[in-house]
Design a protein around this ligand. Structure first.
Ligand code: HEM
Length: 178
């Protein structure tokens, strides 16, 4: 499923490149943190993760802003389900649409804005009352999410520590494209 997770993980890593190029201020904030905490003498590693909240916030915001599995994966109700005022009859195909959930203004004010700061508390630590939905839900939630997160987290600071990522003026980014 999903190329055994390697394709989705590669997509998640490459999806960090677009906001870095499209939103130079957000990229600069991460690089400022990397300069301060890591410095030029050594590359960031997984053990640095907890000391890099701006980098974590950049990753979480990218998960929300451009979820890899755009519309979620189809599930089927195995029995009639009463949810609020609705009945979802047995056999109904149900999609938890990751993109729509990430754009809910009640949870993410100004949802079309790429704003990593929404994931941070006042003390600059990551909020623990908010979770991205890109790995699905319930019993079929992605079992590879921990491997994938490690990989994305390792690669994002490595890229932003080593490179300045910019939009090519002759090939402007289409940030609305899937
Ligand atoms: C960033 C990378 C990844 C993303 C965005 C992702 C996303 C997802 C999503 C949305 C689902 C469906 C959940 C649902 O049905 O609601 C899923 C299922 C699954 N994922 Fe991933 N995945 C990623 C990486 C991986 C990796 C690295 C592995 C394996 C090492 C993996 C293995 C699986 C498997 C086996 C399932 C099926 C689980 C089941 O149906 O019980 N995924 N993934």
């Amino acid at each position: 499923m999903f190329g055994a997770g390697s394709d989705t993980t590669a997509s998640a890593i490459s999806s960090m490149v677009m906001p870095a190029a499209a939103f130079p201020e957000a990229q600069k904030k991460v690089q400022k943190e990397l300069d301060l905490v890591i410095g030029p003498g050594k590359a960031p590693t997984l053990s640095d993760e907890n000391m890099l909240p701006q980098t974590q916030a950049f990753v979480l915001e990218t998960y929300r802003w451009k979820p890899v599995v755009v519309g979620g994966i189809a599930h089927k109700a195995t029995k009639d389900i009463i949810w609020g005022n609705y009945c979802i009859p047995a056999g109904t195909v149900v999609l938890g649409n990751h993109t729509s959930i990430g754009l809910d203004p009640a949870v993410y004010p100004n949802p079309y804005k790429f704003d990593p700061q929404r994931w941070l508390k006042e003390d600059e630590r990551i909020r623990n009352d908010l979770r991205p939905v890109q790995y699905g839900f319930g019993r079929r939630v992605c079992p590879g999410q921990y491997v994938a997160d490690r990989s994305v987290f390792l690669n994002t600071p490595l890229h932003l520590w080593a490179f300045q990522i910019s939009e090519l003026p002759s090939a402007p980014l289409d940030i609305l494209a899937f």
